[in-house]
Design a binder for this molecule. Structure first.
Ligand code: ATP
Length: 251
């Protein structure tokens, strides 16, 4: 789309790479702002905390974008939610899914889900040089048979939701949505995304388990703070949970 072309830095499309995130992090801040890397397959795709992202060739989306963001590091938690919202909306614009249980939603802090299953994941990292941020999205369009048993939690792909969209069209839509989200986030922070988050929040007012390295707690998810932290009602009081070390599960 013309609106994308005008703002895009370098666009690279590789058959295969270890990880689109790792590659843009290696290129570092010397690369042009708003550079995007797409790969057909990743040989070492990853999620948070070194977890693997199953990334077979031929049909899924593996995309990373490098941006310069003033005050970069501090903004991270909120930024991944803002970009998750934007990505979910780009997908929803293509699908007959609004309103129902199978609608695409965002699950704090970094997942796209539908029907209670994982459809995609986001990762926001810094190049470690101040203002460089690399944001990534892995999104299942049509998981090949060969990889269907490689994922160790409930997952879904767009084909399974009845959404038929070309990978190129979806990539363009996500890139364009991310330009807007980066701009809006830089200007107004996560507060500007509050209404959209409330519409897309997969676990709003749901009983949840917060699973961390040192055990597990139960509560009711009560939305997010402007910092990007999750608010959870535990025993009558609302506590703030930061994304660093925990996974969130429906209780
Ligand atoms: P969780 O999402 O389980 O709370 P997390 O946020 O740490 O944990 P991510 O970093 O988002 O996890 O993603 C890694 C996890 O996602 C893997 O451990 C695996 O369970 C799952 N996964 C890996 N590849 C895919 C895929 N292609 N589609 C859906 N889920 C996947």
């Amino acid at each position: 789309a013309p609106a994308v072309r005008a703002r895009l830095g370098v666009l690279d499309v590789l058959d295969r790479v270890d990880s689109t995130q790792a590659e843009l992090l290696r290129r570092g801040r010397a690369q042009q702002d708003a550079s995007v890397l797409l790969a057909d397959a990743q040989t070492a795709g990853r999620g948070r905390r070194g977890r693997a992202w199953v990334s077979p060739p031929d049909s899924n989306l593996y995309l990373s974008m490098f941006r310069r963001v003033s005050g970069g590091v501090r903004a991270q938690a909120g930024l991944s939610l803002a970009l998750g919202i934007a990505a979910a909306e780009a997908v929803r614009a293509r699908g007959p899914t609004s309103g129902d249980a199978a609608a695409v939603r965002v699950k704090w802090p970094n997942d796209l889900v539908a029907d209670g299953r994982k459809l995609g994941g986001l990762l926001v990292e810094t190049t470690g040089e101040g203002d460089g941020v690399v944001a990534g999205l892995g999104l299942n369009l049509r998981m090949p048979d060969s990889a269907r048993h490689d994922i160790d939690q409930a997952w879904i792909d767009l084909a399974g939701l009845g959404i038929d969209v070309s990978r190129a069209a979806l990539a363009a839509a996500v890139i364009e949505a991310w330009f807007d989200a980066f701009d809006q986030f830089a200007r107004d922070g996560l507060a500007a995304f509050r209404a959209r988050w409330e519409r897309l929040d997969a676990l709003r007012d749901a009983p949840v388990r917060i699973v961390g390295a040192h055990g597990e707690r139960q509560g009711i998810a009560r939305g997010i703070a402007d910092s990007g932290a999750l608010q959870v009602e535990i025993g009558g009081a609302v506590e703030t949970v930061f994304s660093g070390d925990v996974s969130l599960r429906r209780a």
